[in-house]
Design a protein around this ligand. Structure first.
Ligand code: HH2
Length: 252
């Protein structure tokens, strides 16, 4: 069965749902809806990492996510989506059982809290990562990087490690497509793989310039393709549609 991670951005500026759930009550409502639609885990983030996003003060990020994690973790599984150590710790203290770490540097926080950890690959940082990303062999480089991070996580004592190729994080459209078409290379490491394509910019480019909210079909199709290729979990905005599609192909 492929797990579904539902996206909940408590931010003013996320590329797709920015500003919709900045209020804690609205965010909690949406998170409950994602759980009701079949999400196995709700991923709560308080900082946009879209290309060119401005960094947020950790105290502000923490203020956004903690009440939401506290409420939702009583009703289902929650992850904290952050690259900041203090925010990851606060998220775990509030009830998150997975640290979704786009910086792949926080395995010690996950180990200390005895919770899971997602190590994601990113070239550069969000402010500049789309300024001419370069690889000799993107598939092999991402695989080698993630295998090393997973070994670090296991050595630190993290009980559950996922790896994520980081679609759109310092990658051109061609790099993203190579990673998706050769997902078997990452799956072949034996590590559980998380894939996040939902509503991302490269799908707009591939579908005639569709705006973020008009990328449903492309988002569901790429999530299903990743699941069929062996992804353990997909990270999506549109939980109900993705769950239905995964059921249709026998992945749920
Ligand atoms: N993508 C985003 C954020 N966090 N985490 C993982 N593990 N994998 C991803 O692909 C990933 C992620 C970016 O998407 P989103 O949260 O929708 O937007 P924003 O960063 O603008 O808040």
């Amino acid at each position: 069965m492929t797990l579904v991670m539902g996206i909940l951005n408590v931010t003013p500026d996320s590329f797709s749902d920015g500003g919709r759930y900045l209020d804690a009550a609205a965010a909690i409502d949406h998170g409950l809806r994602l759980l009701a639609e079949g999400a196995d885990i709700v991923d709560v983030g308080g900082e946009s990492t879209r290309p060119g996003a401005a960094p947020v003060e950790p105290a502000e990020e923490e203020r956004r996510v903690v009440p939401v994690i506290d409420a939702l973790s009583r009703r289902g599984r929650v992850s904290i989506d952050t690259r900041r150590r203090a925010v990851a710790r606060a998220g775990v203290d509030a009830g998150a059982s997975l640290v979704n770490d786009v910086s792949a540097t926080l395995c010690d926080v996950a180990a200390a809290g005895d919770v899971g950890w997602v190590a994601m690959h990113m070239q550069g940082d969000p402010a500049t990562m789309q300024d001419g990303p370069r690889y000799d062999d993107v598939v092999a480089e991402v695989r080698d990087y993630l295998v090393a991070r997973a070994a670090e996580g296991r050595a630190a004592g993290v009980p559950e490690v996922f790896v994520d190729p980081g679609i759109g994080f310092g990658k051109t459209v061609a790099h993203n497509l190579s990673l998706l078409r050769h997902l078997d290379v990452l799956v072949g490491t034996g590590l559980p793989v998380l894939v996040g394509t939902s509503r991302k910019g490269f799908l707009g480019g591939l579908t005639g310039g569709a705006a973020a909210d008009d990328r449903l079909e492309a988002s569901v199709a790429t999530a299903v393709a990743a699941a069929l290729d062996g992804a353990a979990m997909v990270r999506v905005h549109d939980v109900a549609e993705t769950v239905a599609a995964l059921e249709a192909v026998g992945c749920r």
